[in-house]
Write a protein that binds this ligand. Structure first.
Ligand SMILES: [Zn+2]
Ligand SMILES: [Zn+2]
Length: 133
């Protein structure tokens, strides 16, 4: 008699070496969602609107990493990105909000990740939109 086990998800008895059908279906849903997310991200970052906003943010912050400047008193002008303070994932409605964006260098961006908050005091200036758009 072949060795069997109980699926931890649906409690059905299945073959030892088998992956239960319920998990296969679940994995498929997860990977479809991931692909969709990836496609949405790509579309977002490639959009003209984002490119303009990103330039606006970098210009507003005078082309320096705000975290390096405020937290470490360093002027860092390379590998800059516009970082979403409240992450796009948790606050999709704030992704176009310039007060939710800050200029960070790559390493600060990576360190903050999707914390949904900054670890330094930052007061964004107004963007002069008519100039940028
Ligand atoms: Zn199962
Ligand atoms: Zn930095």
């Amino acid at each position: 008699m072949p060795r069997t086990k109980i699926c931890s998800n649906c409690n059905k008895r299945i073959l030892q070496k088998e992956v239960c059908k319920c998990k296969k279906a679940w994995n498929k849903t997860v990977s479809n969602e991931k692909n969709q997310q990836y496609a949405d991200e790509k579309k977002f970052f490639n959009s003209i609107r984002w490119k303009k906003l990103r330039w606006g943010i970098l210009d507003r912050d005078e082309g320096v990493c705000m975290r390096c400047l405020i937290k470490f008193n360093l002027i860092k002008t390379s590998t800059l990105e516009a970082h979403h303070i409240k992450s796009r994932k948790n606050y999709p409605e704030l992704r176009w909000d310039e007060s939710n964006l800050v200029t960070l260098c790559k390493s600060c961006n990576t360190e903050l990740g999707t914390n949904d908050k900054l670890d330094f005091a930052f007061e964004p200036k107004e963007i002069e939109y008519e100039y940028h758009l």
